[in-house]
Write a protein that binds this ligand. Structure first.
Ligand code: PRP
Ligand code: URA
Length: 209
């Protein structure tokens, strides 16, 4: 089943508005992306299984719930995805971090993988791919493909802003993937930028042009 989860928590929406604002500078942009990512991590991990353990409080023995040892990995798509990693690790400090680097071949326009380093036990882990922007979906589709080729089967995709075109493209190739977004925007413009979007996420994060 195709699933898209749009997170409409007021704190998240407030921070996303600041992120979108062109007058928000690099330092604040980076901090806000981290904060929003942390809020998203809370929701993305809602289905983590729990188990009962025995503990002793200062008052008595009891049983209480802990996360049942599900192995996680955060996988940013280079480069802008890096901006979301620390927010996730704040809530999931034991998660491993893999990296996928892609560029678009100027001739074929096909995404080409230039870097991929994942935890060796990737087939046992839930992989959370992070990238602020899901525009045409070309990068996300390719990243998911490369990760699947290395044995991963349990994959989620988390982005700040998704275009309807990107969601459709990802689900056309990877129908089972759950997509989490803080917003689904209107459309893409003629340069494949999300409208209204936030501009170029990588440039705004790293202060490049
Ligand atoms: C941005 C963004 C996504 C991609 C989305 O990265 O971070 O990876 O574009 O566009 P798509 O859905 O049309 O593929 P970009 O290619 O600008 O590279 P960067 O992260 O190095 O800035
Ligand atoms: N990549 C970005 O960084 N922004 C967009 O709007 C589309 C792709």
């Amino acid at each position: 089943m195709k699933k898209v989860f749009v997170m409409d928590h007021p704190l998240l929406q407030h921070k996303l508005t600041l992120i979108r604002d062109k007058n928000t500078g690099t330092k604040e942009f980076k901090e806000l992306v981290k904060e929003v990512s942390m809020l998203m991590a809370y929701e993305v991990t809602r289905d983590l299984p729990l188990e009962e353990v025995e503990i002793e409080t200062p008052v008595c023995k009891t049983t209480a719930k802990v996360i049942a040892g599900r192995k996680l990995a955060i996988v940013p798509i280079l480069r802008a995805g890096l901006g979301m990693v620390d927010g996730f690790l704040n809530l999931l400090p034991a998660a491993k971090v893999g990296h996928v680097g892609l560029y678009r071949d100027p001739e074929t326009l096909e995404p080409v993988e230039y870097y991929c380093k994942l935890p060796t036990d990737v087939h046992e882990r839930e992989l959370i791919i992070v990238d602020p922007m899901l525009a045409t979906g070309g990068s996300a589709k390719a990243a998911i493909r490369f990760i699947k080729e290395r044995g991963a089967t349990n994959i989620k995709l988390v982005c700040l802003i998704a275009a309807p075109e990107g969601i459709e493209a990802v689900h056309k190739e990877h129908a089972e993937i759950d997509i989490y977004a803080a917003a689904v925007d209107e459309c893409l413009n003629e340069h494949a930028y999300i409208v209204p979007g936030l501009g170029d996420a990588g440039d705004r994060l790293f202060g490049t042009k």
